[in-house]
Design a binder for this molecule. Sequence first.
Ligand code: HEC
Length: 138
Amino acid sequence: MNRRTRANRRRARVAAAGGIVVAALAVAGASGCQSGLGAPVRIVPGGSPDLGRKAIRHYGCGTCHEIPGVRSANGLVGPPLIKFGKRGFIAGELTNTADNLQRWILDPKAVEPGTDMPNLHVTPDDARNIAAYLYTLK
Ligand code: HEC
């Protein structure tokens, strides 16, 4: 790990000095990976934001939540889901990752037994698409 980091720094210096594009790309790739270690994953593999928006309307999430881009989603029972793709936590309980967001949507009470958000019997496919849509909100 340390040796690789030193090697990357050396390559960075080479790139800075010589302007070698290939070395610069290698360094960019490595640093992207490092920052990815601690940062939550905000991509939902296989999720369709478009179908997610439709699912949000189907399940009536908007009766309790304000959700940008979803018609008549202006409920005030739950917190607004504005800029949800930038939030650090879900319901103050879970790190906001794609997996955790789907867990929450599928069964909120399994995450936080006292929560007022009901289990809406969302299917796993719909939860994936809904999560993908919520991550477009930035
Ligand atoms: C009956 C009202 C109600 C409905 C319907 C509802 N929710 Fe919620 N939701 C809540 C409440 C209340 C909370 C706050 C939970 C807590 O912090 O314990 C919440 C929290 C959330 C959170 C976390 C928000 C935050 O600020 O961390 C997300 C995401 C969420 N809901 C998504 C959804 C989705 C998606 C649907 C539709 C499938 C939905 N909700 C339907 C009431 C509702």
